[in-house]
Design a binder for this molecule. Structure first.
Ligand code: HPA
Length: 235
């Protein structure tokens, strides 16, 4: 057990797929894994461990935002010997060059957040995905029907804001989209010498207001989930 996860050591696989939403973790376990065990439900943040094509994999939620993913990813890496976390989330596109349903592979996350500095004394406002998993995802995508786009995204603490101009750090690094977790995941992995990647399905395009409807979400997220699971086989 760790402070926020009830699983026993050994109950969680070396690779964890991490959606934001606990119900999405359940959906993935129910539809893609065999021999599924619910290993933690503390705070309704479900963690499941099961088998995908013969390989053990876990899936569990990060919750929303930097503090939440900071806690869960740290405990998984340090208390459960997890080696690789693949965040699978959604993002809002800043650029009209990308469309709803597109799948992004986050090479860099840029942020105004002080998380990396104050947690680990890591300087800089842009962090890279960690380990070779970013590359493994790109390679695996070529064999699947996924047009995966490598990119830099903005990890923001803010969902609602007064002004609609592009935030300075997003302009500085020409971020294509915004989400709320990747920077903290990459910071933890960098400090701990672990592997971390972030896949994002574009759920909305901010300048046009185009958005995936609630009904379309399951279908929309399937290519990203399959890409993460197929990549877990080569780790
Ligand atoms: N902002 C932050 N995170 C998001 C968004 C957004 O507009 N859309 C999906 N995740």
């Amino acid at each position: 057990m760790s402070v926020h996860i009830a699983a026993q050591k050994g109950d969680i696989a070396k690779t964890v797929l991490m959606p934001g939403d606990p119900l999405r973790a359940k959906y993935i376990a129910d539809h893609f894994l065999e021999e599924v065990k619910l290993v933690s439900k503390t705070r309704n943040i479900f963690y499941f461990t099961g088998i995908y094509k013969g390989k053990e994999v876990s899936v569990g939620a990060s919750g929303m935002g930097i503090p939440s993913i900071g806690i869960y990813s740290y405990e998984l890496y340090t208390q459960y010997d997890v080696e690789t976390i693949i965040r699978i989330g959604t993002c809002g596109a800043y650029s009209t060059d990308i469309n709803i349903f597109d799948v992004l592979n986050v090479e860099y996350a840029a942020s105004e957040s002080t998380y990396a500095k104050f947690a680990w004394d890591i300087d800089g406002d842009r962090l890279a995905s960690q380990g070779s998993i970013f590359q493994s995802l790109n390679e695996t995508a070529k064999g699947l029907d996924v047009n995966l786009k490598p990119t830099t995204v903005h990890t923001s603490d803010i969902f609602y804001r007064k002004d609609q101009e592009l935030p300075a750090v997003a302009a500085k690094y020409q971020c294509s989209a915004v989400e709320m977790e990747a920077f903290a995941l990459f910071a933890n992995a960098q400090y701990l010498g672990k592997n971390a990647a972030t896949l994002l399905t574009v759920s909305d395009v901010i300048p046009t207001g185009a958005a995936i409807s609630a009904d379309e979400r399951e279908r929309a997220l399937k290519p990203m989930i399959e890409l993460a699971l197929e990549t877990s086989l080569v780790l």
